[in-house]
Design a protein. Structure first.
Length: 222
């Protein structure tokens, strides 16, 4: 970020890859806005961490701790060298009061979080574990998917994370992923940053496969 950016000159901070900005359970008095780079938001789950979101330029995070004065509900780690704005509670309040666009963006983001929570509840209520895996993967395509050449989408999420999110065993999740690989719909992959995840070759076919499973559950195999 250049010195001509007055906001970065006042609130900016350069962060190295691997830097942990805050951990789940920490007290928080600042929020962050990403000007350049990538930040991973994760939450402890079982034996590891579950990726909640991978955020890029223009996104903001950490605002809930300065809105409700509660401990951080997730961990934020810098994925690649990034430039962030670090905003404290007083400055944030002044920004919201003085800029309607910031207030609107905050409301929209909170609404999206609520929608996301409702979608996850629907996934977990689905009876068929195979359909839950595909629903979970399709949901992550929308939430954290990164477009690749040829229309493919990379989802930065490990197999254990996917299984944990949709409430199935790792073996059940692996069975579905192997079938998707055989059908050339999706497969496990590693991106240019070394992140493990899933490469969805054809999002449309992924949804069609889900519809097939749901129809089979509704009408039976016969």
């Amino acid at each position: 970020m250049t010195e001509s950016d007055p906001l970065f000159a006042r609130f900016g901070r350069d962060c190295a890859a691997g830097e942990v900005l805050f951990r789940e359970g920490d007290q928080g008095d600042v929020m962050y806005v990403i000007r350049e780079g990538v930040v991973r938001i994760s939450k402890a789950a079982g034996d590891g961490d579950k990726t909640l979101a991978v955020l890029g330029a223009g996104e903001f995070f950490g605002e809930m701790s300065i809105l409700n004065a509660k401990p951080r509900n997730a961990t934020a780690e810098v994925v690649e060298p990034s430039k962030l704005l670090v905003i404290n509670a007083r400055t944030f309040e002044q920004m919201v009061k003085g800029n309607a666009e910031i207030a609107i963006r905050l409301v929209k983001k909170l609404a999206l979080r609520l929608d996301s929570a409702n979608e996850l509840i629907e996934v977990l209520l689905h009876r068929d574990p195979k359909a839950r895996v595909i629903l979970g993967l399709a949901r992550q395509v929308e939430l954290t998917g990164e477009e690749r050449e040829g229309g493919a989408v990379f989802v930065p999420m490990e197999r254990e994370e996917l299984a944990g999110e949709v409430g199935v065993s790792v073996s059940e999740s692996n069975e579905v992923i192997q079938r998707l690989r055989r059908l050339h719909i999706a497969e496990e992959s590693v991106d240019e940053l070394g992140r493990l995840g899933f490469l969805v070759h054809d999002v449309r076919r992924l949804r069609e496969f889900l519809e097939f499973l749901e129809m089979r559950e509704k009408f039976g195999d016969g």
